[in-house]
Design a protein around this ligand. Structure first.
Ligand code: EPZ
Length: 422
């Protein structure tokens, strides 16, 4: 397993290209199952999660071809050999559950392994089941698999979510576009990745309105055609790299990043005293003098502060002036980075879903371990400003969501390298 070695203390100066959104691409790729016409995705990120979704779709019989080094994905599902998403693929990536809606919508049946929990929480899929049952499917949990059937097809319905779920909203949307009649999804997630999916489905002939609001209405159609769609820029990668100069000092321009997709996060970052400005090419962030100010953070569904940026923000708060209280309200166990940051000298008290961080002058480099995607990148960020050397192990977590992070940061002057394990 590779590690990443960071020697802190160098200010950053340079530009970082922001890739297409992992979490948009992971919902867009299963959309190929909804039509027998080709779907082409451009601006696709080159990540291990995308390769896992490719393997899953190919295991069903879909064709997925990576062009231009993976930047373009050519997908088609003319003939599907199987409707079974196997455990050995699903356990690697929870987003595999997103084939459930499309398989049910087009073939009337699906067998999807339950993803199982992960480091940040139990991650149940009861809301996905609820949505499919509202649309007329029968689901049975057997041998760790969700067995779903809709022999007479799906029919439009009102789907009311008791809590906001990004994935369940995406599954409901993809199932509804081919259901007979009208579907109304209430308390829908509003994330930009859902808006991006709706734009792509509409380009394929779906009739959707209200994406990005809490109520999405869909008029089912009988078939969908193909399209070419450019994946929306990744707002979480953007937020992550905006924090790099905030933590290490200096200036970084995030090229291709869209400030309008990180409004709440950017406001919070500005409150700490960091300069955030929109440029013709993206977003420029700089920190000139001294320590940043401590601020409080509460994670919430979009457009609130993203849970996927909580760990990275905590890394900044570790050396802020004052005390910061971070409340994680989306997942039940998303402070796995805290004990690792404490190994670097951070002062953090975790009580349930609340972490209280008392800023210190400087962190000290140490060997630390990645536990999940966003926790691991928060350790790399912390290492940028820590005194001495930080070695982050198990960086396969990182490679799931960040393309060549060490190259992007090194190009801005960071003293960082990947140490390949034998
Ligand atoms: C998506 O996960 C993202 N993943 C996550 O990003 C992100 O953290 C999350 O949305 C929240 O924004 C992808 O898009 C592939 P949810 P998802 O359903 O859809 C509970 C990353 O780092 N819930 O919105 O799985 C759930 O336990 C990843 O890129 C149920 O109770 O998240 C959580 O507490 C991590 N029952 C809350 O809802 C369900 O059926 C929100 O989860 C589904 C979810």
């Amino acid at each position: 397993m590779d590690s990443i070695k960071v020697r802190g203390g160098t200010e950053l100066d340079g530009r970082i290209a922001i890739a297409g959104a992992k979490n948009a691409c992971l919902a867009l790729m299963p959309a190929t199952l909804l039509s027998d016409a080709p779907l082409t995705l451009t601006n696709a990120p080159r990540l291990s999660d995308i390769r896992t979704m490719t393997t899953l779709l190919q295991s069903l019989g879909a064709e997925v071809t990576q062009l231009q080094g993976g930047r373009v994905l050519a997908l088609s599902s003319h003939d599907i050999a199987s409707q079974r998403a196997d455990y050995d693929i699903v356990r690697k990536m929870r987003a595999s559950i997103l084939v459930l809606g499309p398989l049910l919508a087009r073939w009337g049946r699906a067998e999807v392994s339950l993803p199982g929990g992960c480091a940040i929480g139990a991650r149940p899929v009861d809301l996905h089941q609820h949505a499919m049952e509202c649309l007329g499917a029968e689901l049975e949990l057997r041998d760790g698999y969700l067995h779903a059937r809709a022999p007479s097809g799906l029919r439009g319905a009102v789907i009311e979510f008791p809590l906001v779920s990004v994935g369940a909203t995406e599954n409901a949307l993809m199932a509804a576009v081919l259901a007979r009649g009208e579907t109304e999804i209430r308390n829908a997630a509003r994330e930009p990745e859902i808006v991006d999916l709706a734009h792509c489905l509409r380009a394929m002939g779906a009739q959707i309105e209200g994406e990005g609001t809490a109520t999405i209405r869909v008029q089912g159609v009988s078939t969908l055609h193909g399209t070419t769609h450019s994946v929306v820029p990744d707002r979480i990668e953007l937020g992550t790299y905006m924090l790099a100069p905030a933590i290490a000092g200096g200036t970084v321009e995030c090229v291709g990043g869209r400030l309008d997709l990180v409004t709440r996060f950017a406001e919070k970052l500005s409150e700490t005293g960091i300069s955030v400005e929109e440029t013709a090419d993206g977003v420029r962030v700089s920190r000139s003098n001294g320590r940043v100010r401590a601020v409080d953070v509460v994670t919430a569904p979009y457009p609130g502060f993203p849970t996927d940026l909580q760990a990275q923000m905590m890394a900044l708060m570790c050396t802020a002036e004052g005390v910061s209280v971070l409340e994680e309200r989306i997942f039940e166990n998303r402070f796995m980075h805290a004990p690792e940051l404490m190994r670097m000298g951070a002062r953090i008290e975790v009580h349930g879903g609340t972490a209280r961080v008392t800023g210190v002058e400087r962190l000290r480099g140490a060997p630390v371990m990645a536990t999940d995607l966003r926790a691991s990148v928060s350790l790399v960020l912390a290492g940028l400003a820590a005194e001495g050397e930080t070695m982050v192990s198990r960086v396969y977590h990182l490679d799931r969501g960040y393309e060549r992070i060490e190259e992007k940061l090194r190009a801005c002057g960071a003293d960082i390298e990947r140490v390949r394990s034998e």
